[in-house]
Ligand binder design. Sequence first.
Ligand SMILES: CSC[C@@H](O)[C@@H](O)C(=O)COP(=O)(O)O
Ligand SMILES: [Zn+2]
Length: 218
Amino acid sequence: MTVTLEQRADAFRRLDEAKLTFARRDWFPGTSGNLSIKLSDDPLQFAVTASGKDKTKLSPEDYLVVDGESRPVEPTTLKPSAETLIHAVVYKRIPQAGACFHVHTVWNNLVSELYFGQRAFSIQGQELIKGLGIWEENARITIPIVENFAHIPTLAAAIEKVITPDVPGVLIRNHGIYAWGANDFEAKRHLESFEFLFEYHVRWLQLRQTAVSLTHPQ
Ligand SMILES: CSC[C@@H](O)[C@@H](O)C(=O)COP(=O)(O)O
Ligand SMILES: [Zn+2]
């Protein structure tokens, strides 16, 4: 399937929107984070952020289109995100995914550190679990956590092993989250829901600790 110039421009415009929204929340500290939107399945092609850019700003050199091997499909001087392979793995493993967003936040880092021994973080009975598309009574969501391998093919392979179509995200220990959805709207909803659940959980742990210290002073 040929990707038209209109589809490419539309994906870049949507990436601009997502990027500015997340930047306003300080979700791209130190140029971290990367975003992609799928353009075609066969062959796999997606628009992805260029590497090392200040993601709080817009410029004409923010995105490029790559294939399933993370190679640019058009002449460009831009370098795709260093983590493009992870986006490719998400699109290959989860064919329903149409957009994939990666951010580093204090909350997702804390949760990834706290529960790394269990290889997953689980939370139940929170309304925002519905934001992840799970509507059962007293639902539970369990997001896998992988080690932060510096070698990206090793990291991508670790991610490929644990992701499933049922849970639209994965945590990388002391690094960040990848969250995806059928399109940019859904990927954003999933990312925001995960981030709410992480922040809620860590704040709840802190409050509980304070309450315990107040009721049992040493
Ligand atoms: C300086 S942030 C760390 C980066 O190595 C990486 O984790 C990241 O999220 C951004 O890399 P990028 O190549 O700009 O997409
Ligand atoms: Zn990262």
